[in-house]
Design a protein around this ligand. Structure first.
Ligand code: ZN
Length: 493
């Protein structure tokens, strides 16, 4: 007896259809699975066998062969337990799987457990025309981000069989996507002073430019950096889906949230936690920050190896996980925000404290951030702590909501142009920045290149930031004061 059950799998964050083919024939009782990695097969077989028995069905004492097709694609995850069990029961005539796509992990007692990565599977199978899905009840909430499909959430193998046999009826859930924005208890207003730092954060949020805050302890660097999420533009639908799929694979569903992701791994985090890895491979912080922000607080304290691992995602927007047992590619297009002390003691250039570091120590400390990373950073701002008296006399600052209005407007302008400013190519900088500069702006840029001895790279970074500053004012033409403001952000650290 031969039966085919539809299912699906993932590789990285790509979903694809899988057919679970079950053949039961006479012969010595055996149970073999083809198309899964060896270590996974053994565990899957045990779960399927126990779940069938413990759900009150009899496990056929015959020769059972299961093939997961396409067999040449290495499969990850535990999607196949439930379709295998259904396939075996179908081959004995106990159930008819019809044309449902069936996914789920089984526990030994027959309960259907949630799987990681259900979103990429549903999204890719929907594109291929599949409409009806039997999935773990525990995944239903997460899965209902996908519209125009019928989702049946089930809790046990027994329930699956009863449903497929028409003994019980379930109301299908269909996606109802209503993207919401997170409400924050923090606000830019909470940070006193630091107007230049706030403005840099605004420019960072609007043009998605990488940013570094340097300054002594107590200057409020990380307090400021954390507020990026309160002013950033929302994800659009396409971006939302990309992000949601990564979180699904990571086993951390985010829900219908349009707020840009924010990750701030500690400097003691492992390299795997930072860039991803494991078996099956899971995305790390750089991928969980995809389309959002990666805050590295005290960036100089991160091991050099970890910082070096950021080079590839900063360059290509993806991260390749390559381990002995696994290989995957995850998206990792994030905006980096770093904070760092100016020296080991933290008091260099602090007007209220004394720095006890030698010049050499300060130099060594700064070289912890390698040139390739520094090269990528477009905005650098020095933050000094304020004394109590100046703090008391500060005027009320703008709220996140007010700043965000400008950010969103600037972001929309870039979207119409087709690209966010930080990602402009040199040719696009020519077209969208240089050609739109008035005479005074051009001469100021020329002057800056000469007096700061800007490298070609710094020159293009400056021009991209100039574009964002002008966009924040909704000005198509670039004026000299836009250039002057952008120049404040390129101060070498
Ligand atoms: Zn010092």
């Amino acid at each position: 007896m031969f039966v085919r059950v539809r299912s699906g799998g993932i590789w990285g964050v790509e979903g694809f259809p899988v057919e679970v083919e079950v053949d039961i024939s006479q012969g010595l009782p055996s149970f073999s699975v083809v198309g899964l990695p060896d270590n996974a097969v053994k565990e899957a077989r045990e779960r399927v066998r126990a779940a069938i028995k413990n759900s009150g069905f009899s496990f056929p004492l015959k020769r059972i062969t299961v093939n997961l097709s396409p067999s040449d694609i290495k499969k990850q995850g535990t999607f196949y337990d439930l379709p295998m069990a259904v396939g075996i029961l179908a081959a004995t005539g106990a159930v008819n799987p019809q044309d449902f796509v069936i996914l789920g992990e089984l526990s030994l007692d027959g309960k259907v457990k949630r799987v990681n990565g259900i979103l990429p599977v549903l999204i890719s199978l929907k594109k291929k025309g599949f409409k009806k899905f039997v999935i773990p009840l525990e995944n239903l909430e997460e899965a209902s981000l996908v519209s125009d499909v019928e989702l049946y959430g089930i809790d046990t193998l027994k329930e699956t069989v009863d449903f497929l046999n028409g003994k019980i009826s379930l109301t299908p859930r269909s996606g109802n996507l209503n993207l919401k924005e997170e409400k924050f208890s923090i606000d830019l207003k909470d940070v006193k002073g630091q107007e230049l730092g706030k403005r840099a954060l605004e420019v960072c949020a609007a043009g998605l430019h990488h940013l570094l805050f340097v300054g002594s302890a107590g200057a409020g660097k990380s307090m400021l950096a954390k507020r990026i999420v309160t002013i950033a533009p929302p994800l659009d639908y396409e971006e939302f889906l990309e992000v949601a799929q990564i979180y699904s694979v990571a086993g951390k569903p985010r829900g219908a949230v349009a707020t840009r992701p924010f990750q701030s791994p500690h400097h003691t985090s492992s390299e795997v936690a930072l860039v991803g890895g494991g078996n099956p491979p899971k995305p790390g912080a750089v991928s969980l920050a995809h389309k959002g922000f990666l805050l590295l607080d005290e960036i100089a304290e991160f091991p050099r190896r970890s910082l070096e691992a950021l080079r590839q995602p900063l360059e290509d927007g993806v991260v390749h996980i390559s381990r002995a047992s696994s290989y995957a590619v995850f998206p990792a297009e994030f905006t980096l925000i770093g904070t760092m002390n100016p020296c080991p003691c933290g008091n260099y250039k602090n007007p209220y404290k004394v720095c006890t570091c030698t010049e050499r120590e300060i130099k060594n400390y700064n070289s912890k951030l390698s040139e390739p990373i520094k090269d990528r950073i477009e905005l650098k701002v020095w933050l000094s702590p304020l004394d109590e008296e100046s703090l008391m006399n500060l005027p009320e600052s703008e709220s996140s909501e007010e700043v965000r209005r400008r950010v969103i407007q600037a972001y929309e302008i870039q979207k119409e142009r087709g690209k966010v400013n930080s990602r402009l190519t040199n040719a696009e900088v020519e077209r969208f920045v240089l050609e739109l500069m008035d005479r005074e702006a051009k001469s100021l840029v020329k002057e800056a290149v000469n007096s700061f001895k800007l490298s070609a790279r710094s020159y293009f970074k400056l021009l991209k930031v100039v574009r964002t500053v002008a966009d924040l004012e909704a000005s198509d033409t670039i004026k000299d004061y836009h250039v002057a403001e952008a120049l404040q952000f390129i101060t070498e650290v």
